[in-house]
Each structure stands twice: as structure tokens, then as C-alpha cells.
Design a protein around this ligand. Structure first.
Ligand code: SAM
Length: 467
């Protein structure tokens, strides 16, 4: 175990690994626990680089060579006997990792930072990288450089032969961070989100609330647009009184936008987290008696009393904590209690029905998070955090999250008694769907999307500024 001098804490090593001698460089950035033995660190390096682990390896650190136990002898120490923190203790230090003693792929490993572990993260984790690993056994650095030239030139006499040997789909520029982190999963042996670690009963913790507040602007795809879509779907006139309930209001942005758009509406905003309720109460204070913030437990039925006679119930990114049967029960209970003009709108993750759809949801979510991080902050830091904590459910499924198929949920809503049910918006596995009790909206109902978007922007303004 690596110990800091002050508090015996396990420390995390952030390392940058670069293949020596290649331009443009092939590199990865990883974080691993300092107490990782070098033989296991070798497996991490194989996985993040994309090597196949068919050949032997060496670490050369401060003049000492380490390698597999089976080859250990007077000049080669067993890599299983030492940890990373025992052989490298300073930020900025470098050492060499060689893979495939014939092809002699030399990697420079630089210890960039030594830092305390982040809450909820299971290590090792890959933070970033660029370019594909060279094909296994392609001969080494010069042969690989030559191979790239041959790949690029269809007229080269060896072009066909090389394509056949190494595969026509090899893309030297390709690097998929999500795929690398999925491949690291067996090495971690545990899930990487804080919520379901060990065997403790899954629950949303105050730490999760803090984490969500930090990353939501980036982690929720098109958050502003989703909020505006939910408001546009409400079948009410902006000056019409109606009563709304929000289930799992988080920081209260949506409730804020709703009260801003609909000047006679009242809302009860429910959340299980004290931190979230505090934020919401502060945000909604300006609306006086039109807003109430109450605690609730999603898994108890008590809170359904608030839905009695309400005209609108909505929920964003909360109901996926319920399993199929619990969702069906909730839909029936809500339909029974809502007023005849009532509407139930859900924004949430949905379960893909094909692995291909899962891949699409995962990739689209990553792209959205990366683009939002860059657009909002000019940096990838929040995206890296999003990837690091495994927030993308479609890459890192977690038993705490139980999204259900969209089609089934629409069927359950219909069976519960909603006259009109549909999915109204869908992006990166996030859908907005729900049911209306009445067949047709009131002729005077509804607000424009532009109005809704303005209110969403007003509500979210503070977060934008904070980021
Ligand atoms: C992912 S956040 C979504 C917050 C907000 N609706 C949004 O879209 O930004 C989930 C919210 O649900 C609350 N929550 C999660 N599980 C809960 C439970 N079992 N009971 C009560 N609240 C819960 C959390 O406190 C958190 O505010």
C-alpha cells in the first residue's frame, strides 16, 4: 500500500505512456492505484495501449529490470514482487516499459501526478489517449512506419499483401476511450460508480448529489433543450392556474423554468437529498407560496399524496431507479390520482433493445458530453471526469440503474389509463415520453418552444457561469 506521509492514504498515480520514437505520438493517460504490482501494471498497459499480451515484457526502472516471474533470475527481478509506488515515488519521474522483446516496442512511462483517490472512482482508469496501437508483431517501429506508407499507397507492390496480413480496417488515427475503459473492467474487478460498490444496498448518496451538480451540465445531453421540450409539452396556457409535482427535482432548474413560464402554476418539488432540496429551496424562494420543496423517498408510496388531483407530474433522470414492476405500479398510481386534464412526463434513460442500439446510445452520449464540455468550458476536463466515473450507463451498466424499454413503458402508460402516450424526444439514450389523461389538449393550451427555451436558459444561467 502506498502511504502519504500525512495520513496513510492510498495514493493514485497518473501516468502518461508514450510509444518511443513515433511522430505523431501514440499515447495514453491512465490513473492507477500506487500499490499496483508491476506485473498487473503490465496488464493495464497492454489494455490501454491495445496490445494483445502475446509476448514478454520488461520494465527498466532506475537501472533495475523487472519482468515475468517465470523468467526471473539474477539480472531480472520478478515484477509481481514490487509495486509502482515502491519503484517510483516522485512526480515527473520516468521509466521504460518494453513490450515484445523481438519487436522492441519501447514505451516511456512518465509519472505526471501523485494524488489522492477521487470519491467513487475505481482504478485503473484511462483518462485520454490518441491513435491506435500498431498491429501486433508488425516488426517494430521502422517496419510500422513503413507499413503506414504502404497502407496509404494502393499502388505500392506490397499494398495488397500488407492489407491482407494486418487487416484493411486498421485506422492508425483511431482511439476509443469508452472501449478502453470497458476493457479495463475485468482488471478492476468492481464497478466504477460510487453507488453500487460492494454489497451495500444501492442508494443515491449526498456525494452523488455533489458529483451530479458538478457534471450535469455536461453529462445530461442537451439539458436546456430537454427542459424546454418538457415545458412545451404541457397542455396549459401560460396564465392558467395548474398544480405540478416534480419527482426528484435535483437543484430545481426545471421547477424554476416552469414557474417562470407559467405565471399562475404552483409546484411541489420533491427530492430525497438534503443538499438538492437546499439548492431548490434557494432557487425557488423568489416564487414565494407558488413553490414548496419536500423530502421524499422514491421507494415509498407516501409522496403520492402530493399527486392527488395534480394536473402535471414530471420527473427527469430519476425513475430509472425503479425496476419494471415498480414503474408499472407507479404509472397506475399516478394515472389514478392525476386530474382529468393531467399529464405525466418522464425524461429518462431507456433500455436499448439491441446491442447495436446500446453502442449507438453509448457513443452518442460520449460525443454529447465531450462537445458540451468543450463548448461550455473550452476544456475536456468535465468530459474526462464523466468518463472517469463511468457515468455513461450504456458503457458501464450498473444494477442501481434499471432503465426499461421505451415500447414497454408506453404500453404500461396506456394500460394505466392514459389516453395519449408517446415518445416526444430522444437523444443518446435519453428519451422524453409520457401520457396525457385527455384525448385532446385545450385550444388555449401550450407555450411556444422559444418561450420555454428562454425560461430554461434563465434557470440554468447560474450553472453556465459557474462552469
Ligand atoms: C440524476 S439526479 C436528477 C435531478 C434532476 N431531476 C435533473 O434532471 O437534473 C437524480 C435526483 O433524484 C434524487 N433521488 C435519487 N434516488 C432517489 C430516491 N430513491 N428517493 C428520493 N430521491 C432520489 C436525487 O437526490 C437527485 O436529485
Amino acid at each position: 500500500m502506498v502511504e502519504s506521509h500525512q495520513n496513510n492514504e492510498l495514493l493514485i498515480y497518473q501516468c502518461k505512456i508514450s510509444l518511443k520514437g513515433l511522430i505523431p505520438p501514440i499515447w495514453r493517460k491512465v490513473q492507477v492505484a500506487g500499490d499496483i504490482p508491476l506485473d498487473k501494471f503490465h496488464r493495464v498497459l497492454q489494455t490501454v495501449m491495445g496490445w494483445g499480451n502475446y509476448q514478454s515484457y520488461r520494465f527498466i526502472i532506475e537501472g533495475v529490470t523487472y519482468g515475468p516471474a517465470a523468467e526471473a533470475g539474477p539480472t531480472l527481478k520478478d515484477a509481481a514482487d514490487v509495486s509502482l509506488s515502491q519503484v517510483s515515488q516522485t512526480e515527473g519521474s520516468k521509466f521504460i516499459y518494453i513490450y515484445d522483446l523481438a519487436d522492441d516496442w519501447q514505451h516511456v512511462v512518465k509519472v505526471e501526478r501523485i494524488l489522492p483517490p477521487a470519491p467513487g472512482v475505481q482504478y485503473p482508469i484511462c483518462l485520454a489517449g490518441q491513435r491506435a496501437c500498431p498491429p501486433e508483431e508488425c516488426g517494430g517501429i521502422w517496419e510500422y512506419t513503413n507499413l503506414l506508407e504502404i497502407f496509404k499507397n494502393p499502388r505500392h507492390p506490397e499494398h495488397r499483401e500488407m492489407i491482407e496480413q494486418f487487416g484493411g480496417d486498421f485506422d492508425p488515427e483511431a482511439f476509443d476511450l469508452g472501449r478502453v475503459n470497458r476493457a479495463l473492467q475485468p482488471i478492476r474487478g468492481t464497478k466504477i460508480r460510487s453507488k453500487a460498490v460492494n454489497d451495500t444496498p444501492p442508494a443515491w448518496s449526498e456525494a452523488d448529489s455533489k458529483l451530479y451538480q458538478e457534471i450535469a451540465a455536461v453529462a445530461v445531453p442537451a439539458r436546456e433543450e430537454q427542459m424546454a421540450a418538457l415545458l412545451t409539452l404541457l397542455p396549459f396556457n401560460p396564465a392558467e392556474p395548474f398544480r405540478a409535482v416534480e419527482v426528484g427535482c435535483g437543484e430545481g432548474f426545471l421547477a424554476h423554468a416552469l414557474l417562470d413560464c407559467f405565471t399562475q402554476a404552483e409546484i411541489v418539488a420533491l427530492d430525497g437529498s438534503e443538499e438538492m432540496r437546499l439548492q431548490t429551496a434557494r432557487r425557488l424562494d423568489r416564487f414565494g407560496a407558488r413553490a414548496a420543496v419536500e423530502p421524499f423517498d422514491l421507494f415509498s408510496g407516501d409522496w403520492l399524496a402530493h399527486v392527488e388531483g395534480a394536473d402535471c407530474i414530471f420527473s427527469s433522470l430519476v425513475l430509472h431507479h425503479l425496476d419494471d414492476a415498480e414503474k408499472q405500479q407507479l404509472f397506475a398510481a399516478v394515472a389514478e390520482r392525476l386530474s382529468p386534464r393531467g399529464v405525466f412526463l418522464i425524461a429518462d434513460l431507456i433500455l436499448p433493445q439491441r446491442p447495436e442500439a446500446g453502442e449507438l446510445f453509448a457513443a452518442a452520449w460520449d460525443r454529447s458530453a465531450e462537445a458540451q464540455a468543450l463548448a461550455q468550458t473550452g476544456s475536456r476536463r468535465l468530459f474526462e471526469q464523466f468518463a472517469q466515473i463511468g457515468w455513461n450507463y450504456y458503457r458501464f451498466p450498473d444494477p442501481f440503474d434499471k432503465p426499461s424499454p421505451l415500447f414497454e413503458q408506453l404500453t404500461w402508460l396506456k394500460a394505466a389509463g392514459f389516453a395519449v402516450v408517446d415518445c416526444f424526444w430522444l437523444q443518446a439514450g435519453h428519451a422524453i415520453y409520457g401520457g396525457y389523461k385527455a384525448d385532446a389538449g385545450s385550444p388555449a393550451g401550450g407555450i411556444s418552444f422559444a418561450t420555454a427555451l428562454r425560461s430554461a436558459q434563465v434557470a440554468l444561467r447560474g450553472v453556465r457561469n459557474a462552469n
